[in-house]
Design a binder for this molecule. Structure first.
Ligand SMILES: CC(C)(COP(=O)(O)OP(=O)(O)OC[C@H]1O[C@@H](n2cnc3c(N)ncnc32)[C@H](O)[C@@H]1OP(=O)(O)O)[C@@H](O)C(=O)NCCC(=O)NCCS
Length: 215
């Protein structure tokens, strides 16, 4: 599979400081430490898996939502909602036929989650994840900061799980940074179970990847 080229956002000192505070607030000191370690030699992600044959709970967000799929022509709306990834990178996802599910509140995008099949290059751990033919891989789940804690990401997750179950997919898979408590909580609500760990240890350009999945 061809990965889209990495286009890094412009990191100014103010942006680094605000991102550090956000990590400390959301993931605690442990999360901040692992992020720092991740900059140099060790990164890992928990693999979560969700069998779609299991009952999918009904989850109501605490604000009315409309669900939909982002069209390439809606990228300006998406970038206004979540500007971390540059436009070129998002256009690359569309070229790879990846799908972005969105939840809108009063017309405004408040939450998104991307889905893909076949394989997916996980930039964070520089790893080409193979995805089984009966699986969908979900990534980049994001709720606008003003709308967090309202069960919006779990409600969108349930919409996505129902959508793929109805098209014959058997498992949903995702990966989370272990210290990201909010994401783990949100995923647990829609029935994901921890199944393994993947990542790398490395120094400089040398990297040894690992990928463990529980039997
Ligand atoms: C992870 C994330 C998508 C969850 O979305 P959400 O719509 O807020 O999901 P929920 O409402 O179920 O909240 C999940 C947990 O977030 C935490 N939370 C609650 N209010 C919050 C707030 N105002 N701000 C941050 N986190 C909050 C709580 O731990 C909550 O769990 P709880 O309901 O058991 O208390 C969202 O926090 C987010 O966008 N985070 C930044 C991006 C990210 O880390 N994405 C995942 C990796 S790609």
């Amino acid at each position: 599979m061809v990965a889209t080229p990495e286009i890094r956002p412009h990191w100014t000192p103010a942006r680094i400081a605000s991102r550090s505070l956000e990590i400390l607030r959301e993931e605690g000191l442990r999360g901040f430490w692992f992020k720092l370690l991740g900059e140099f030699c060790y990164r890992r992600l928990l693999i979560l898996r969700r069998p779609l044959a299991d009952p999918i709970p009904a989850i109501e967000a605490r604000v009315p939502l409309e669900f939909g799929i982002l069209e390439p022509g809606d990228l300006d709306d998406y970038l206004a909602f979540h500007g971390d990834d540059p436009r070129e990178q998002l256009e690359g996802r569309f070229r790879l036929r990846e799908v972005c599910f969105v939840a809108r509140s009063q017309g405004r995008i408040v939450c998104a989650n991307w889905a893909c099949f076949g394989s997916h290059y996980i930039r964070y751990i520089a790893y080409d994840l193979p995805i089984a033919p009966d699986e969908v891989y979900l990534y980049d789940s994001y709720t606008h900061p003003d709308f967090r804690g309202l069960a919006i990401a779990p409600a969108l997750a349930v919409h996505i799980l129902n959508h793929y179950r109805d098209t014959g997919v058997r498992h949903a898979v995702t990966a989370v940074i272990p210290e990201n408590r909010a994401n783990r909580r949100a995923r647990a609500k829609s029935g994901y179970l921890e199944q393994g760990l993947m990542g790398y240890v490395g120094l400089g350009r040398w990297r040894k990847h690992f990928h463990w999945v529980r039997a």
